[in-house]
Design a protein around this ligand. Structure first.
Ligand code: ZN
Length: 178
């Protein structure tokens, strides 16, 4: 899996056009995360009834098993920090009884913001997998690349663009129906 740390080629989020259409064939970097991303998409949908932007996350343990889930519930809870990633990280840590989540993977439908990127670094997750890039606020490669800043001593692996079109469509459908 060498090369996945900085796996996105060229400018623009995660290869830009490569995510359009069915693609040229198997993608050994992203394909293994599709099932988990589908779970995150289902989580994201649970945000909508409360008027929250649909972003969903799941945390997988070192063995790949499902540890925790979360979805954006800022409107539902009135909590500015209740982004899907933070909710899922808190639940994963509570389940493990430990704030460190080494070997764990967080899968989220939208590229993490600065707050979530910071929380992910703090949690020591091994890997961040995201769906749609967020060119306006993304902190895992788009606007910032906080999680791979070489000044930090913990830098998770990043895999972006998993089911990117489905993830982006869920968001655009939400905003279109407002
Ligand atoms: Zn966030």
């Amino acid at each position: 899996m060498t090369g996945t740390h900085d796996g996105h080629p060229g400018p623009g989020p995660y290869g830009g056009h490569e995510a359009s259409g069915p693609g040229p064939g198997p993608d050994p970097v992203r394909d293994p995360w599709r099932d988990s991303m589908r779970l995150a998409l289902l989580e994201a949908a649970r945000a909508v009834p409360a008027g929250d932007v649909p972003v969903g996350a799941v945390v997988l343990g070192p063995d790949g098993g499902l540890l925790a889930t979360g979805y954006n519930e800022r409107e539902a809870t009135g909590d500015p920090t209740a982004h899907a990633e933070v909710v899922a990280l808190r639940r994963a840590a509570a389940k493990l009884g430990e704030w460190r989540l080494p070997g764990c993977t967080l899968v989220v439908t939208l590229e993490p913001c600065v707050m979530c990127a910071g929380a992910l670094v703090q949690s020591r997750v091994a890997r961040i997998v995201f769906g749609a890039a967020d060119e306006k606020a993304g902190a895992a490669g788009s606007l910032w690349d906080l999680v791979r800043d070489r000044r930090l001593n913990h830098r998770p692996e990043v895999v972006g663009g998993v089911l990117a079109e489905e993830c982006a469509r869920q968001l655009t459908d939400f905003f279109r129906n407002l």
